[in-house]
Design a protein around this ligand. Structure first.
Ligand SMILES: [Zn+2]
Length: 332
């Protein structure tokens, strides 16, 4: 165990989420040597959140397993917002109140002096899966982060696809029904308004309010406000018919978006990650069926749809992968 990092440099990976900040020090093989987790306290605004990110990094660096700052090759940050990767600016972040055009990379760089790389959290998770998880060796893959919303990271020919402004990958906001419900983004009929955890929760609440026969409420302390994707899943696991039907319907809508991705990108692999992906085959099986039925035959035959592997560490390990990728391709 001791002096396990003497061979190589360590990389710091930071996951800045709407509710939690996590930071790790890891080697290039994703062995985690130190970590710190704390609340984001997003409601306190950017200055306080940035201070907490800095504290978290300092806490990791203070670990006895990080022997000296000279061990550290760089810091990667995956942030829950729209990131202009080239400039290191977070332009907007719905889950981080007050974050408009925050030059996070430069602020962290001034504090620590290491090379700092910043990207959107779902892009970073895609890289993490590509480097260390279920997508190792797969150069054309799409990561779908399924949680309260739907995020995406698109890897084309081994590299993250950013688009001209760094804004690519917002797959959750592809419109799948022009007359559908309103999405959080303001648009109508986005994929995430149908297939996210939030959409599933809303559908369950509607059914319960309409008097449907279901045990879902008993998994939510009898409180309609506590109904969540997770409580629907728990009820389904215990044999609740409505809960299973609702998850199957969410899986169907998941599949509709995947059909579009399969037809457009012809990926080898689609990885489903994020909190809602814990529903596993209950969700994936109906999605895969829609892809088989409705995508073009050639790309539908080529694609595998699987669960992501890194779980809640996708963000921090992806941030480590971001640094590794930048160091190996300085110009990208
Ligand atoms: Zn939207």
């Amino acid at each position: 165990m001791k002096s396990s990092n003497k061979q190589g440099q360590l990389i710091l990976g930071v996951d800045l989420g709407g509710s939690k900040i996590s930071a790790i020090a890891a080697d290039a093989k994703a062995n985690i040597k130190a970590r710190d987790d704390r609340d984001t306290c997003a409601e306190q605004g950017p200055e306080e959140v940035i201070a907490r990110v800095i504290q978290s990094i300092k806490q990791v660096m203070a670990s006895p397993r990080v022997t000296s700052p000279a061990d550290i090759a760089g810091i990667g940050i995956g942030a829950a917002g729209v990131c202009e990767a080239a400039s290191g600016v977070i332009t907007a972040a719905p889950n981080l109140p007050g974050w408009v055009n925050v030059p996070l990379r430069d602020i962290i760089q001034r504090e620590f002096g290491f090379p700092i790389y910043l990207d959107n959290d779902t892009n970073v998770a895609a890289l993490g899966e590509h480097c260390f998880g279920a997508g190792v060796g797969i150069d054309n893959l799409i990561y779908v982060g399924l949680g309260t919303g739907i995020g995406g990271g698109i890897i084309v020919n081994g590299q993250l696809y950013h688009g001209i402004s760094g804004a690519a990958g917002e797959i959750g906001h592809m419109i799948i029904d022009v007359q559908g419900p309103r999405c959080k983004c303001g648009n109508i009929g986005c994929w995430e308004a149908f297939a996210s955890g939030t959409a599933l929760t809303a559908a369950a609440v509607r059914q319960i309010e309409a008097g449907a026969q279901t045990t879902i409420l008993s998994f939510a302390d009898g409180d309609l406000n506590k109904v969540s994707a997770e409580t629907v899943f728990l009820a389904a696991e215990q044999g609740d018919r409505l809960a299973s039907d609702l998850i199957r319907l969410t899986g169907y809508y998941l599949g509709v978006g995947l059909v579009n991705l399969v037809n457009i990108f012809n990926p080898e692999l689609i990885l489903i990650g994020g909190g809602v992906s814990q529903m596993g085959q209950l969700l994936l099986a109906p999605a895969a069926e829609v892809v088989k039925e409705r995508a073009f035959e050639l790309p539908a035959r080529a694609v595998r749809i699987e669960l992501a592997r890194l779980g809640t560490d996708a963000g921090v390990l992806g941030a480590v992968a971001l640094v590794l990728e930048k160091m190996s391709r300085p110009s990208s």
